[in-house]
Design a binder for this molecule. Structure first.
Ligand SMILES: [Zn+2]
Length: 231
């Protein structure tokens, strides 16, 4: 950050009323990116970023729900098999152990060492498109685990839209059907209030769009400081 400040002072120079630097986690910023990119869309949704870890951004009535201490959205550590695999969090059977990128790659029979994190998703999609049975089963199982966790969140918060972002976006054609099946089986209101599950349209830029949008919106909300500086 100090190097960035030295290199780009005009970009992040302090403007009265506007924080010079905004820090947030990727899952939250990606959810905001989704919100800002679709201003006429739904204002309440769950955005799930599926990478090695799985994070969620909860957007309620157009605002990010951060939790009392800012730790909301740890959907990757919701238990989907309470007696299951040990997790790095100290718990057992967390979603991340069944639907995190490493878990899907291993279940598909791919060698993790030969598959860098940034190419794993593309490789899985490629194999699934080609009809590879192991990849298809791995994605189906991951989608089922994800659906169990998502159904719990939807039951709790009564959301009607779930957005699959991060690495999940490219895998959505294979993840959405089992996620929807679990929602159909587990969400009390699913029969008469359908839940939409769709991929994010922003791809890898979601978090950057969210970060830029959150700063731009503060300027729009309090333009005086920005205008004084510009003048
Ligand atoms: Zn865990």
């Amino acid at each position: 950050v100090p190097a960035l400040l030295a290199e780009h002072p005009p970009l992040i120079e302090q403007v009265p009323g506007i924080p010079a630097l905004v820090v947030d986690n990727e899952a939250n910023l990606a959810a905001l990116g989704e919100l800002h990119s679709q201003p006429t869309g739904t204002s309440s949704f769950l955005h799930i970023s599926g990478e090695v870890g799985i994070g969620a951004g909860i957007v309620l009535d157009g605002a990010l729900f951060r939790g009392v201490r800012g730790w909301s959205g740890e959907i990757g550590h919701l238990p989907v098999h309470p007696e299951g695999r040990p997790c790095r969090c100290g718990g057992q059977g967390c979603l991340e152990q069944y639907a995190g990128q490493e878990a899907i790659v291993a279940a598909a029979g791919l060698a993790r060492a030969e598959l860098p994190a940034d190419t794993a998703t593309a490789r899985l999609a490629e194999l699934a498109e080609a009809g590879d049975a192991d990849a298809l089963r791995a994605l189906h199982d991951a989608g089922t685990a994800l659906g169990v966790a998502v159904a719990g969140v939807v039951n709790l918060l009564d959301l009607d839209t779930v957005v699959l972002g991060g690495g999940y976006a490219a895998l959505a054609p294979w993840l959405c059907p089992p996620v929807l099946a679990e929602i159909g089986a587990r969400v009390l209101t699913a029969a008469w209030s359908p839940v939409t599950v769709r991929p994010s349209t922003l791809g890898a830029e979601a978090a950057a769009v969210g970060a830029a949008g959150s700063v731009a919106r503060r300027i729009v909300a309090q333009p005086a400081g920005w205008l004084a500086r510009a003048g």
